[in-house]
Design a protein around this ligand. Structure first.
Ligand code: ADP
Length: 180
């Protein structure tokens, strides 16, 4: 399996190629929609793997605003929790990166406030929401790095990329950002 890893303070940051739904981290992050409904893409895959109880819990949460994050149980997943965050639909404006950064940082804040130590992310917004992965990867990686530098307590943050092309983009961006 393709894995690259860096150390930022006391946290390991990994970039791996794989399936988010199979991760055994304390939480996996769902690239959700505002209704927290199953939908397609990685969200559909998470709901299928978790089972119908995940939607039963999600429907009690009154949705989620773009850039914010909410936690549920993980049900049939290996991960005990799912952190649902809603990425921006790509518009080409500067606000895209602001909202995408909030997704990563609010997800990690929710993890920490629930006592979790390991979190796995997909590439938020770069599927159905149309954010070019070359633009999204450095925003995602910088958001996580900045959060870790300011907030101790996480042991592992893992980016899980489904395609080899996306893995290469995240690995190269991380190598550039995290070197030295
Ligand atoms: P969004 O609506 O935020 O764009 P998508 O689910 O459409 O979210 O896509 C986000 C990314 O998740 C895409 O790169 C897609 O290829 C990827 N993806 C889809 N299924 C999985 C999975 N099982 N594990 C990891 N990544 C996945």
């Amino acid at each position: 399996m393709a894995v690259s890893a860096w150390r930022i303070k006391d946290t390991t940051v990994e970039v791996v190629r794989g399936d988010l739904t199979l991760q055994d981290t304390d939480a996996i992050v769902n690239a959700a929609n505002n209704k927290l409904a199953p939908g397609g893409g990685v969200s559909g895959a998470i709901h299928r793997a978790a089972g119908p109880s995940l939607w039963e819990e999600c429907r009690t949460l009154n949705g989620c605003a773009t850039g914010e994050a909410k936690i549920t149980g993980g049900y049939n997943l290996k991960a005990k929790h799912v952190i649902h965050t809603v990425g921006p639909v790509y518009s080409g404006s500067k606000q895209d990166a602001v909202l995408l950064r909030q997704c990563y940082q609010n997800s990690l804040a929710v993890a920490l406030s629930n006592g979790l130590e390991s979190v796995a992310f997909p590439s938020i917004s770069t599927g159905i929401f149309g954010y070019p992965v070359q633009e999204a990867a450095p925003v995602a990686l910088q958001a996580v790095r900045d959060f870790i530098q300011d907030n101790p307590g996480l042991k592992l943050v893992r980016f899980v990329l489904f395609s080899e092309a996306d893995y290469d983009v995240y690995r190269d961006a991380a190598a550039g950002l995290f070197a030295g």
